[in-house]
Design a protein around this ligand. Structure first.
Ligand SMILES: NC(=O)c1ccc[n+]([C@@H]2O[C@H](COP(=O)([O-])OP(=O)(O)OC[C@H]3O[C@@H](n4cnc5c(N)ncnc54)[C@H](O)[C@@H]3O)[C@@H](O)[C@H]2O)c1
Length: 343
């Protein structure tokens, strides 16, 4: 796969997949040869808007007809497992949106299926590829503040996420599985694996089935303590959506991500502030642009790894460790105690 052009297909052409489709068009050496959505109008619109020759409403028919180098599954989570199993039967490498699946058992099963089929599987965990969050990682990896011992990673908004994603209002598990999963993943990136999770959830907005606020306290194996707090029901002015704000402290200093993505780094008594935001791409728009650009970075990472024959950062196996934190958080909330993630 080193240099040949890659034939790709996208399954699921809904709200978020528009970013995937734009990003595939920008990635050198990738030809989007097919799109599939069980909603015919959505499949047709994607095929027309992105000049894709193959257009399907049935994924099985698509795999039977097309020769693919990889498939990008951008449906919502209940369909991830059957679609991953279908792709695996055709030995087609897979990138699949988060959340990986509705249950831990589904996630483990998909990892096993792809391992047995000998195909790469990456979860589209795009927060790892957001420019401001990558900038923080770089500062940490350079040792600028020393080994971090405290953090607070915070994503609080009142932005109406339900307008674009109405299915969220009916989820039995809402903000930890939908959004907290990203921030918990970043806690792993910054502080390493987690020993225990203590979590308290709240349901604030009327009409939801599940929680829309969660406050989690993680104890990492390194000894670091990290607070992860997420909210879809905060009345803030200005509202920082969709920015992840943070404070990280280490023996030599601190890193803070302020609203507007201003990164303030203090090291050995000296403070510098930089703009960690990114400019607009031709297809991105405020306030989503940093998240949208991360889709491009995520997909580029997948292609680079596929070509190099190396595992991507967010393999299915790696994502199990993040998913285990989600499961532990819900159990902690239910049992009112700190819980060790099952791994
Ligand atoms: N990473 C992020 O920042 C981010 C942001 C938003 C959404 N997402 C994720 O993206 C995924 C999709 O979310 P969305 O809001 O775009 O959902 P959506 O409902 O708008 O789109 C999903 C599409 O998949 C299609 N579909 C479902 N099952 C199918 C099947 N078996 N075969 C073919 N098509 C099928 C549906 O018809 C629909 O058009 C979710 O997992 C969501 O969590 C991620």
């Amino acid at each position: 796969m080193t240099q040949k052009r890659l034939r790709a297909a996208v399954i699921g052409c809904g709200f978020f997949a528009q970013n995937h489709l734009h990003a595939w068009q920008m990635i050198e050496g990738v030809d989007l040869v097919a799109v599939c959505d069980r909603d015919e109008a959505r499949a047709r619109a994607a095929a027309e808007n992105f000049s894709v020759p193959g257009c399907y409403t049935d994924a099985a028919a698509m795999f039977a007809a097309e020769t693919l180098d990889f498939v990008d599954i951008a449906t919502t989570m209940p369909t991830h497992r059957p679609l991953v199993e279908l792709a695996a039967r055709h030995r087609v490498p897979i990138v699949v949106q988060k959340p990986f699946a509705p249950t831990w058992e589904d996630c483990v099963s998909m990892v096993g299926t792809c391992k047995s089929a000998g195909i790469p599987l990456m979860v589209h965990e795009n927060f790892r590829f957001q420019a401001p969050l990558m900038a923080v990682r770089k500062v940490l990896e350079q040792g600028t503040i020393g080994t971090p011992h405290f953090g607070r990673l915070s994503f609080r908004t009142g932005y109406d996420v339900f307008a674009n994603q109405p299915y969220l209002a009916k989820e039995e598990h809402l903000i930890i599985l939908d959004l907290g999963i990203h921030v918990l993943d970043m806690a792993r990136v910054y502080f390493g694996e987690v020993e225990t999770v203590y979590c308290q959830t709240q349901k604030i907005r009327p009409g939801l089935v599940a929680e829309d606020m969660a406050t989690m306290l993680l104890r990492h194996r390194s000894g670091a303590a990290c607070i992860v707090d997420v909210s879809y029901s905060s009345k803030l002015d200005p509202d920082p959506f969709p920015e992840t704000l943070l404070e990280i402290e280490g023996p030599r200093g601190s890193i803070r991500m302020r609203p507007g993505l201003r990164m303030v780094v203090t090291s050995d008594g000296k403070t510098t502030a930089t703009d960690a935001g990114t400019p607009l791409l031709p297809w991105t728009s405020q306030p989503w642009h940093t998240a949208q650009e991360s889709v491009l970075n995520t997909q580029q990472h997948w292609v680079d790894c596929l070509r190099a024959g190396v595992p991507p950062q967010t393999t299915g196996e790696d994502n199990l460790r993040t998913y285990a934190l989600v499961t532990a958080a819900y159990r902690s909330n239910a049992e009112r105690r700190a819980v060790a993630p099952d791994m």
